[in-house]
Design a protein around this ligand. Structure first.
Ligand code: SF4
Length: 403
């Protein structure tokens, strides 16, 4: 299992698989062929189906077009066998002769892979790939999840997580300050600052919940505007972790050092899903994005509240279990409806999962690893119209009735 840095990628939204991954792929192809006179890029499957709304073309053209003329072709009906998010890059010389071609896939969270290259397995940092093994190690040795992260990654991981935490907090603050309409044509107004103002007028418990919503909306709205965020584990689900952590810092005054340890533990849980299943909406639906974000945030909250290793695992398990089957059906291919509100609800649910788990002794029937396996199977069983193609669910209904 590779570094948790792959779960927490710092970059610009709105989509890790549809903007961050393709942009990096374009940069890699350009580095191989800086002499090319022109480029052609073909987008396949889910990447083509929702690429316009997710700004995939802009992400690629911003890299290639300053160097040479670039044409993008869209093939939403063609699904390549390796992964639904396929891309073909082709470079040509001045006579139109093909210099090279490269098929690569954006497999979720900004990671790239194909039949011969896989960023997910190239750098093995963690020997244990399952929470059951890590949990047993914690119970046998007395160490915590975050200490396992430190032992595998080295102390440098704290500098990286400090940067992650800073970018997350900046995204919350920027989102709370911003007003206006989100780009893309749906005419959706930013809501975060309104929610914050209204929440402040209520008594403690409703205010507390309202502020969690406001923080999640703030970051997800920033993402929808192409702002700087951290994948956790993806752009579409980037509001959940910051909302929970920012809220706990504000209300419980947890020190940053403890927040970083919570980020480490959450990253470990996200990493296990990424390794053994998927965090790609195009592959398993939104259960792999917002569901996993909820599991990570639940684990982080449980640790901050002093949960045992078993309670942390239980909180994460619930965070994911109760998102099983969640489809990905973004309206007009934009990361807005249902994505933005869904982040707010998942943040609240993560806090509930923490409370539920911490009331227990941590013993429960279904393990986190089992839920991850079920999530992958459920994702395999979901038809492609519910996996980031915007052909089913809300995307279809809203288009038919309102567009
Ligand atoms: S519905 Fe979920 S998986 Fe799909 S784009 Fe929105 S956040 Fe991502």
């Amino acid at each position: 299992m590779e570094s948790i840095k792959q779960i927490y990628r710092i970059g610009h939204g709105p989509s890790s698989s549809h903007t961050m991954g393709p942009m990096r792929a374009a940069q890699m192809f350009l580095e191989k062929h800086p002499e090319a006179a022109s480029f052609e890029v073909t987008l396949y499957g889910s990447l083509a189906a929702t690429g316009k709304g997710h700004m995939t073309d802009e992400a690629i053209l911003n890299v290639l077009r300053p160097v040479a003329p670039t044409t993008i072709h869209w093939e939403p009906k063609v699904f390549l066998p390796f992964h639904p998010n396929g891309m073909l890059f082709e470079a040509f010389d001045t006579e139109g002769k093909k210099l090279d071609s490269w098929t690569i896939y954006s497999i979720g969270g900004g990671t790239l892979a194909n039949e011969t290259y896989n960023e997910q397995t190239t750098n093995e940092v963690y020997k244990m790939h399952y929470i059951r093994d890590i949990l047993k190690w914690c119970e046998d040795t007395g160490y915590s999840y975050w200490e396992y992260v430190e032992q595998c990654e080295g102390k440098e991981i704290w500098d990286y997580l400090a940067e992650v935490w800073e970018v997350m907090q900046e995204a919350v603050r920027r989102g709370l300050e911003s007003e206006g309409i989100l780009p893309g044509g749906l005419g959706i107004r930013r809501k975060a600052s309104d929610y914050m103002i209204r929440a402040r007028g209520y008594g403690s418990s409703i205010k507390s919940r309202g502020m969690v919503y406001a923080y999640a909306l703030a970051v997800s709205e920033e993402n929808a505007c192409g702002g700087k965020i951290v994948t956790a584990p993806t752009c579409g689900s980037c509001g959940v972790m910051p909302a929970v952590l920012y809220h706990l810092k504000e209300t419980r005054e947890f020190r940053d050092s403890r927040i970083l340890r919570a980020l480490a533990t959450a990253g470990l849980f996200g990493n296990v899903v990424r390794t053994n299943a998927s965090v790609s909406g195009a592959e398993v639906g939104c259960q792999g994005e917002v569901g996993v974000a909820c599991a990570m945030a639940a684990a982080a909250a449980s640790q901050l509240f002093g949960g045992t290793a078993a309670q942390v695992e239980y909180a994460a398990e619930m965070g994911l279990e109760h998102h099983l089957g969640l489809t990905c059906d973004p309206v007009c291919g934009l990361v807005q409806i249902p994505c933005i509100e869904r982040n707010a609800f998942a943040a609240a649910r993560a806090l509930d999962a923490n409370t539920f788990s911490n009331f227990s002794d941590g013993r429960h029937r279904v393990s986190f690893d089992q839920v991850v396996e079920v999530m992958q199977q459920t994702g395999n069983d979901l038809p492609s119209l519910y996996k980031e193609t915007s052909e089913g669910g809300l995307a279809k209904k809203y288009n038919v009735e309102h567009m």
